[in-house]
Structure formats: C-alpha cells, structure tokens
Write a protein that binds this ligand. Structure first.
Ligand code: AMP
Length: 999
C-alpha cells in the first residue's frame, strides 16, 4: 500500500516535469547500448526474489508514451537484498561503458513509522560475460561498481507537503574481457524508483582535419587514455605529413598533427579537394586556390596544372607556371660601330620588342670579310681565337662590346644577335640579329719589348731589339729616343733592329726608348732602358751595371769629361743643321724631360714635339685623323682664335652618332709658317687622351680652309664663364673645377709636356662643369720668337719668374701658372693683379709680393696658391701633390674649406709675403704704413690724396696747409713719392701701350 502510494506520487512528479522524455537527443559522441526509455514493451529483467523485490511499473511520459521503471520500497523489513539484473548488453567494441541512472529515493525521515531498517542507497554491479542467455542472477559473479546514494544535486520539487527529488547518477566501468556484460542493482532496504537506465559508451565521431579523414573511434579503456588514430587523405589529395590525432576518453579529438594537400589541378574547399575549372590552374602545391591562366595562355579542361601557351608564345623550362607566356625578342636596332685602329666598339639599341621578358642576352658573331661579296669572292670565315671581346662575346647583358686584336686594314662583318629565355628553337636566328660590315684602320705597331746593349764605350753603345709582337704592317723604321737624366733628349731613326749610339758622355746614365713605325704611324715607346757609359777609352763589352764599375781615376775622368762635353756640344750644333743618313738626329729644343720618370713597369708615353718632324703634315697625320670636310656642318661663330674664327657645328662620321664639335679654321692668306703653327696645336692635342684635356676629333688639311675639329665645350672659356656666374658656385664646386684642371695638368706633365700658357682663358668648360685644358699653341710659338717678341707675347701675369727671366719652362713653371688659375677661379674670373702693368707685376713678384686671397677664399686654398708661387721652383708642389691636396679638401670639406683667408672686399693691393717690412706701393694706406707715416692717413685721404696720381702733385706747402708740418715727415713722404710712385706711374703708362698680352 505504501509502495502504491509512493508510486502515485512519483508518477505524478514524472508526469508533471517530463524529465524522462523518451524522445531524447543524444550527443554525437555517445553510442547508446541500452536506454530503458526507448525499449518498446516490458523490460522483464531478472529479479531476485522474483516476488516482493523489484517490481516493473509502466508510466507515461509527457507525450503519453509509456516508459518502464522499476521500483522497490521494503523499508519496514530488515536484511533486504533485492537484486535486479538487466538483460545481456553486447559491448559492441566499447572498452568503457557509462551507466546513467535516473531515480527517486524517499527520504527515510519522510516515511511515517519506519524503523532503522530504512536505507537511502543502493548498489550497482556488473558482470562481464559472453553468455547472453543467463536466466538466473548469480550474485557472486557480479562485481560492484559503486554504492549509489542520492546526493545534493537532487532536483527538489515541492509537491503538496512533500519534497520529491529526481536524482541522476552516472558511473563508468571498464568492460574489455567479454563480448558483453550484465548490470545489476541491489536494493538493501530503500524506497527507490529506477526511472530510467541509460547505458552508453563514448566515441570520437568521424571528422576531417587538414584534408585527412579520421574514422569514428571508440574511446580507450581508461579514463585518461588517448587513442592514436591515423587519418587518411581525402580524395584528390596526398599526404604532406602523416595525419594523426588522438581520441580522448571524453570523445573529443585532440592534437591534430600533419595533414594532406590537394593534388595539383585541385583546390581545397570545405575540407575536400575541388577540381580547378576550365581557364584556371593550380601548379604549385603550396599555392592555395586555383588561379586564372596567366596572360597569353589557356586551359581547355578542368584540373589543369599548367596552362598551355597560346600559339606564338612560349615558356622556358625555368619559367614558373604563374608567368605569362612570352616571345623571343626582335632584332637589336641601330647598330653603330666605331673603329679605332684594330679595335671596334659596337653599340646598339635594345630590340623594339622584348617579347615580355627581361632576360635578353646578346651575342656577337665575327666574320672575316663581308657576306654580300659577289659570288666567287673570298668566303666569310670566322674571326679566329685571337680576337678579343670585352666584356665577352656571348651572353652580353649590355648593348656594347669592344672587339680588339683585329687585323689591320681588314674587312669584318659583325652580327649582333638577341636571344632570350624562349629563343631556343622557336625562331630563325637571322630574324633576331643585325649586322655591320666594316674595315679596320691601320694600326701602329705594338711596343718594342726587350732592348739589349753591347759594345758599351765611353761615348757610345750598340743597342739591339726584337721586332714588336704585333707589327701590324711592314716596319719602316725604328726611332730611338735617348737622353741623359734631366737633360734634353735626342732622337735617332734606323731601319734595322739595332742602332749604334755615339757621342755620349762618359760615365753618364742614359735613358733609352725605342718605338717602331709602320705606314700607320708610330707604336708606343718601349719602357725606359737605362745604362751608363763607362770611362774606359777602349770599347768594352758588358752590361750597363758592370760598366759603371770601371771608373778611372777621378782627375783623369774629370779631364776627359770636360773634353768630351766640349766635343759633344760642338757636334750637337753641327748635327742640328745636318740631315744624316742612315741615322737622323733630331734634338729636342723644348724643355728637358720631367725630373721624375715613371718607373719602367708603368711604361712611358712621352709627348713628341711635332716640330721634330721635317714635314709638318706627317706629324699632324701621325697624331690626328683626317676628316672629310663634307662630314662637317658649321652652324655659328663662337669665338675668335689667334688664327681665325672658332665655330660650333656638327660632325657626322659614318657609322657613328652625330656629335657637336668646335671648329677652328685657319684664315685665308696664311703663310706656310702660320699653317704649320696652326696645325701644330692639333699634332700636340692628338697625342693626349684624358678627360681633362680637350679632345681632338680630327683635322681637315686636304682642302681649304684648314680646320681643327675638337669636342664642343658648351660653356666656353673658364674666365668668361666665371665672370658671367659671379658668386654663384659653392667652394666645393670651384675646387671641383680646380681639381679637373690639375688632373689634366698632371697628365700633361707625366707626358713631359710643358704647357707654358696655363690660364683660365685657356680652360674650356662643358655643360657638366667639367674643365678641360686647351690651347696648345703657345709652347712652340714662343720658341721661335726673337727676344723682343718673346717678352711681349709672354703672358706675364701667369708666368713663373724664371720663365720670364731666362725661358726656364718646366712643369714647375706650369705650377706657378696653375696657382694664378686657382686665384682666377676663386675670384670668379678677376684679372690677376688687376690693372697693374706687366712691369709692375714682375717687380712686385720679385720683391716678394703675392696675390691676396680672393673674397671668401678658404685659407688653405690661398696657402696652396702661395706654395705654387714659391720663388724657388723646386719648392713648388708637383701636380700630383696638388691633386692629392685638392682630393683631400674635397673629401673633408667642412674642416678645411670653411676658413676663409680674405673676407674683405677685393683689394687693389698686393699681399706682402715676406712680412710687414715689405711695402706695397699701390695703396696710400699700405704705403704710409710702410714708411711709418700712417698717422697721416686720414689727413691725406680727407684732403683727396687717395691715388698715386694725386700724391704726385703733393708739395711741402700742400702738406703744411693740411697739417703735416714736421719737416722730417714732409721730407720722408716726398722722397717716397718721388722714388716709388713716380716709377709706378711710368709703368702704368707703359702698360697702356702694352697690347701684346691680350688677356
Ligand atoms: P682659342 O683660339 O682656342 O683660344 O679659341 C677662341 C675661343 O673660342 C675660346 O675662348 C672659346 O670661347 C671658343 N672655343 C674654342 N674652342 C672651343 C671649344 N672646343 N668649345 C667651345 N668653345 C670653344
């Protein structure tokens, strides 16, 4: 009865809350083995005792579906042991099963009249078995899982005067030994209703991670076990790294490792690999999605890994699939050749079409002859291995190549081919190339290499040498140039490969150079060969070093030396006028070679005085190229030179770009001597090749007017240019110009050339402010002048005192002039020594005065000028030293170029270099200071005595009237005026007449 009333209460509770609804949704990782709520019909579990123990009761859930429950409530009787056993439950591979029991349990206190027999727990057992048909409950076989009690988490519901509690308890147990198991509930005297029993196990459900499929996996036997599972790649994918995951005890996948990637031609989409559509491709496994085919390519089917190139387009083996398809280049354009003796510079422009690629490379084919010769003519042959290509013959990245070591006077055909990564086998080579046929020029022979001396005597030596490696023609003669160190040189010519040099001084070191000449002109001189004549009167075979050991007694040697020197000088004079056969002597009467000869290893190129040639045309054609006048297009007159107009215009030589040139022409009606002097400038200029020396393009001598063509210098001469841009340059820019000039001068002095007329007016400036030394006319001209003409033509203000005084022109006298150029540059083209007369300049220099620093001129630059103006020429710096100094200044401008030496306005006085005891006569102020009368400065200037002319009129009375009353002062002032100022005034007058220095 009690049980019945309990049942009603319980049922009412279940009914009300529907907590055991049969239509339950299971989590995806739980697999149900038994759920009493879903069993249709009665459960009919085994019970012991079969009567009075557990009793099956049907109840309805909220949807009116019947569910099965078991109830027992023997609370009044002692020693209860009521067993209820489930049917056999197959474990279906599970290793651990979970039992969820929903039950209600009456609180013993709530039952009226119960004794100590009432319990509030029950026991849960299991028994693993393969036998699914055990009829009886063999209690001893069962193992206890747990004692289950109602716990605090009971749902408490007030129903009338009672509190009902629905309890859910879950236990788990490892079941691994048999195919299935039984569960049993032992009631020991409680009032319980088992509302539902749900038996399940947990799985990690099928999943796809990193394109790998992981199957439905039962969790492990232990609560902490992880089951390692290997995934398998989804369709159209392949393993990148073994895909693995772990199935955790709670049915969750853990720690995914590795994975798969879609095959090429497929892309990942939602965990699967999807084929690339037509027009798309996927070529690299690291790329994510399919990409559209690159330009000039296509795909015709789905799943393309590389798109095919459209017709006429190609892909090289190394081109990535993502790159557009490309084409071979078209032919190079505008091939220009420039022949220089036996080398050719070929330049061309990039092809019109590069085919969409950047890997264009050029190659040069060289054939001897011309392919378009008439039938039967000489066949074209490859050029052979001697020809050198710089930087290389094939695989050229740049559009320029220099081909050298060609044969002189030979016809060659050069073909420039262009290729790129897709040229191979796709087009005929001819369509991608451009050719030029040309003829090399005559070339000078290569330098004479080894010179041997024999028969060394007191006055002579026999020299012999080998033919140059590359004669480049028939050697017509050899030229032997020799000199005593620090003395003028002599030249001897011979047709054989030996020469007997005589009339040498005994016991003297001589330097020899030999060069060969062909129809194409002279080759370079050999490296210097030095040896010493000996003192033995008899011929002596031996080398130079040995010969120096054979010294006679000093007194005897001195006597001999004196005699031989006298003989030598006389002979020299005689020979100068004679033309000797087979040896011809030419004495250089220009300045001696530079004191410092380059070391033999550097080789020497020494300037050759064109006046040593009998035929001036021969000299000019040796060093200058004859240009056909039809190639010159004169545009306008830009200046007036000594021999005629200077014009600008264009020069167009075959196969070369048109260039802008300056054209100097020799005015009509010239004398032979003038023509010779005019062309000598070209003969000199043509020997030089330096960025700071004006470049000779060529000469026109075969028709009139005779012309000299040089590179065009857009900014004209430096002095006018600076005056036009007064104050507009930075010190660094000015020093940059000076550096260029000194670099050119160093080159000239290295070549033993002394300029003699270095001045800003003879420096030309191009559009990049590059300064170049020009005007090579004066050096020779001065030689021929009579004494009077000489002194009037010499550019006094620029010329070193020793050169003015006794024509001592040396690199050191050029250094002096360079100092003046420095001053001109730093003062923006100011006239050196302003309006002083030439005589005053000479005098002032002699007295020790030097030009003051121009305005804003850094002190170090003025110091360098002063160094160039050292009276003793051996104390002046060499051009190499000046170049180094300027380079240092340019490199470290902030420290050195900032300090200026002259902030004052441009003074009209000279700086005394010897200290305050020197007097300048060209300023009232300095003059008074020097004679110790500077207290009268204001007095004299206030009275208008500010110039030398005004002072000349000064009398004793004038002085007394303005306040200079001390007789001794008056005398001193008047004496000085007479002595110094008067002579100055005379010089000013002379200067007015002095028109021979057109500066
Ligand atoms: P010259 O006879 O060399 O002193 O030339 C006279 C003038 O012609 C110079 O002062 C320059 O103004 C001008 N001149 C000479 N050569 C060139 C050149 N290569 N480029 C530009 N101007 C030049």
């Amino acid at each position: 009865q009690m049980a019945a009333s309990f049942c009603r209460t319980t049922c009412a509770f279940i009914w009300m809350f529907g907590v055991v609804s049969a239509t339950r949704v299971y989590p995806p990782n739980e697999v149900t083995l038994l759920d009493t709520r879903t069993v249709p019909g009665e459960l009919k579990w085994a019970a012991n005792p079969t009567e009075g123990g557990w009793e099956e009761v049907s109840i309805m859930d909220e949807k009116n579906i019947p569910i099965r429950t078991y109830q027992v409530c023997n609370v009044m009787e002692p020693s209860q042991s009521n067993w209820l056993r489930t049917d056999w439950i197959p474990r279906s591979g599970a290793q651990r099963v979970y039992v969820e029991i929903k039950f209600t349990l009456r609180d013993c206190n709530s039952l009226p009249g119960v004794t100590g027999t009432c319990k509030e727990t029950f026991n849960l057992y299991y028994y693993e078995s393969n036998n699914d048909r055990e009829h009886y409950i063999r209690e001893s076989n069962f193992l206890k899982i747990d004692t289950v009690a109602a716990d605090e988490s009971f749902t408490q519901v007030d129903i009338g005067d009672r509190i009902m509690k629905l309890n859910t308890e879950v236990r788990n147990v490892k079941v691994t030994t048999r195919k299935g198991f039984y569960l049993a509930f032992q009631d020991v005297g409680a009032c319980i209703a088992l509302i539902s029993v749900h038996v399940f196990y947990k799985t990690c459900p099928l999943t796809i991670r990193n394109l790998a499929t992981f199957p439905d996996t039962n969790t492990g036997a232990d609560t902490s076990s992880l089951v390692e599972v290997r995934g398998s790649c989804v369709n159209q994918s392949e393993e990148r790294e073994e895909p693995k995951m772990y199935c955790g005890a709670d049915g969750e996948w853990l720690v995914p490792i590795g994975g798969c990637v879609c095959n090429l031609g497929y892309e990942e989409n939602g965990g699967a690999c999807q084929v690339c559509k037509v027009g798309f491709y996927r070529a690299v496994s690291t790329d994510g999605a399919c990409s559209e085919c690159p330009p000039h390519s296509h795909s015709e089917k789905a799943g393309t890994t590389v798109c095919d190139c459209n017709p006429g387009y190609y892909r090289s083996e190394t081109d990535p699939a993502s790159m557009p398809c490309t084409q071979p280049p078209s032919a190079p354009q505008q091939l220009i050749s420039e022949v220089n003796e036996t080398s050719v510079v070929l330049e061309w422009s990039v092809p019109l079409r590069l085919g969409g690629r950047t890997d264009i490379r050029y190659s040069v084919d060289c054939l001897l002859g011309s392919p378009d010769r008439p039938l039967g003519a000489q066949l074209c042959l490859p050029c052979g291995p001697d020809v050198l290509f710089s930087p290389q013959q094939s695989g050229l990245g740049a559009t320029r190549v220099c081909v050298s070591e060609l044969q002189a006077h030979t016809r060659y055909t050069f073909t420039i081919g262009a290729r790129n990564g897709v040229s191979q086998g796709h087009t005929a080579g001819a369509r991608e190339s451009v050719s030029v046929t040309l003829t090399t020029n005559q070339a000078a022979p290569s330098p004479v290499m080894s010179i041997q001396a024999s028969d060394v005597t007191r006055h002579g030596v026999s020299l012999a040498w080998q033919q140059p490696d590359r004669p480049n023609g028939v050697i017509l003669e050899y030229e032997v140039k020799y000199y005593e160190k620090e003395r003028s040189y002599r030249i001897m010519k011979t047709a054989s490969r030996s020469a007997d040099i005589t009339w040498l001084n005994p016991l003297t070191v001589y330097v020899f150079h030999v060069r060969a000449r062909t129809a194409a002109g002279y080759g370079e001189f050999s490296v210097p060969f030095e040896f010493s004549t000996n003192s033995d009167p008899l011929p002596l075979i031996g080398n130079a070093a040995n010969s120096t050991l054979l010294l006679l007694s000093i007194s005897g040697g001195v006597v001999l030396l004196l005699i031989s020197t006298t003989v030598f000088i006389i002979t020299e004079r005689i020979l100068m006028r004679a033309s000797l056969h087979p040896f011809q002597f030419i004495f250089s009467n220009h300045s001696p070679p530079p004191p410092l000869l380059p070391s033999p290893s550097e080789g020497v190129r020494i300037y050759v005085d064109p006046f040593t040639y009998e035929d001036p045309d021969q000299a000019v054609h040796e060093f200058a190229k004859e240009i056909d006048a039809s190639n010159i297009h004169i545009e306008k007159v830009i200046g007036i030179g000594e021999f005629g107009e200077v014009c600008s215009g264009c020069l167009r030589l075959q196969g070369k770009r048109e260039i802008y040139v300056a054209i100097k022409s020799l005015k009509a009606g010239y004398a032979d001597k003038q023509r010779r002097n005019f062309l000598s400038e070209a003969s000199i200029m043509g020997q030089f090749d330096h960025p700071n020396i004006i470049r000779l393009e060529g000469v026109v001598t075969r028709c009139k007017p005779v012309m000299i063509i040089t590179e065009y210098m857009e900014n004209g001469s430096l002095n006018t240019f600076l005056r036009k841009h007064d104050g507009q340059f930075t010190v660094i820019q000015l020093v940059g110009m000076l550096r260029g000039i000194v670099s050119g001068m160093k080159y000239l002095s290295d070549m033993s050339y002394v300029h003699r007329d270095l001045a800003a007016r003879n420096i030309l400036v191009n559009s990049n402010l590059v300064c170049k030394v020009s005007d090579f006319g004066l050096s020779r001209v001065l030689e021929d002048e009579s004494e009077a003409a000489y002194t009037t033509r010499i550019p006094i203000r620029w010329t070193a005192p020793e050169a003015i005084a006794y024509r001592k022109f040396t690199p050191a006298s050029d250094t002096w002039s360079y100092g003046v150029v420095m001053w001109e540059v730093m003062s923006y083209g100011e006239r050196p020594y302003w309006d002083m007369s030439n005589q005053d300049v000479i005098k002032a220099i002699d007295e020790g005065y030097r030009l003051p620093p121009p305005m804003d001129c850094p002190a170090c630059l003025h110091q360098l000028m002063l160094d160039c103006w050292q009276r003793d020429r051996t104390h002046r710096p060499s051009f190499t030293q000046i170049l180094n100094i300027l380079d240092k200044l340019i490199r470290n401008p902030t420290n050195t170029l900032r300090r200026t030496g002259g902030e004052r306005p441009v003074p009209t006085l000279l700086e005394p270099v010897g200290g305050p005891e020197f007097v300048s006569v060209w300023s009232v102020e300095y003059w008074l200071q020097a004679i110790g009368m500077d207290m009268y400065r204001d007095t004299l200037t206030a009275a208008g005595y500010t110039s030398p002319d005004s002072l000349l009129t000064l009398t004793q009375q004038d002085m007394a009237s303005i306040g200079i009353v001390t007789p001794s002062h008056q005398d001193q002032i008047l004496a000085s005026v007479q002595q110094v100022l008067l002579s100055h005034m005379q010089q000013i007058q002379e200067q007015m007449q002095d028109s021979m220095v057109p500066v």
